[in-house]
Design a protein around this ligand. Structure first.
Ligand code: ADP
Ligand code: ADP
Length: 228
């Protein structure tokens, strides 16, 4: 599904963030990238939707080089959830979530159904929440909207960069549980960045441990546990 072939990234200051990385992320898997701060996790993630350009190598999605995709086609078909979800404050939850489906010219009716279904799926009662403004939601609720927004246009791939790390432990556990249930329902490919091994072991079908821009371990939670 997502294949990295000898991928390297050097920043302008010659800082090497990712080194000759080879990796294959399978369709429908929950793939977690873990490692200490500065090891290259975010760089690796952002290269997938071309928020960061590669210095060397190739990334392919479904066999096609990401550089050969139309940039909008690529971005619209890859959901992206950040640590700090940035919702537009003047727009309602429904309007925030509808942005990409509208760009894709979905019908109003179709968008409304989709938004309502997804809000309910992440535990935000649609009737109650869809017409609120972001400021009327708690941090945890806003993160849920972030997940809904990333899923709205039905992408095959969802990138998540420490989406729950700003939350209190209780909300965090709840959101992790809900995300797992959601993933089992929708069966999309999730690439999830974390710096918390417990979170990685709980969520990942496979876990990739990075250090200094390289993969030092790759396997299922069981395999990672047996070989710490
Ligand atoms: P992580 O997500 O694991 O914390 P990053 O991918 O953000 O790591 O960063 C990897 C390395 O690249 C770090 O040494 C970081 O300082 C450096 N880096 C990240 N972004 C930039 C940038 N825009 N310019 C220069 N160096 C950067
Ligand atoms: P994120 O996890 O979203 O990349 P960061 O806090 O790591 O957020 O980085 C914020 C911004 O600063 C990003 O655009 C990143 O590329 C850039 N950045 C990160 N590390 C460095 C660095 N060492 N030098 C220059 N820019 C950096």
């Amino acid at each position: 599904m997502i294949v990295f072939e000898n991928v390297s990234k050097k920043y302008d200051n010659n800082q090497s963030a990712v080194n000759y990385l080879n990796l294959e992320i399978k369709k429908g898997e929950f793939f977690v990238i873990i490692g200490p701060s500065g090891c290259g996790k975010t760089t690796l993630l952002k290269m997938i939707n071309r928020l960061i350009h590669l210095t060397e190598g190739t990334i392919r999605i479904e066999g096609k080089r990401i550089s050969d995709y139309d940039i909008h086609e690529l971005r619209w078909n890859i959901g992206y959830v950040l640590q700090q979800i940035a919702l537009f404050p003047h727009m309602t939850i429904e309007e925030n979530v509808a942005i990409v489906p509208e760009l894709k010219k979905w019908s109003k009716k179709q968008i409304q159904c989709r938004v309502h279904d997804l809000l309910n799926m992440v535990g935000l009662e649609a009737e109650k929440y869809s017409h609120r403004k972001p400021a009327e939601l708690s941090g945890g609720e806003q993160q849920r909207v972030g997940v809904v927004r990333a899923l709205a246009a039905d992408p095959e791939i969802i990138l998540m960069d420490e989406p729950f790390s700003a939350l209190d432990p209780l909300s965090r556990t709840k959101l992790q549980d809900d995300l797992l249930t959601l993933q089992r329902t929708i069966k999309k490919t999730i690439v999830f960045v974390s710096h918390d091994m417990q979170e990685a072991l709980k969520l990942g079908d496979r876990i990739c441990v990075m250090k200094d821009g390289e993969i030092v371990q790759l396997g299922t939670p069981q395999e990672i546990m047996q070989n710490p």
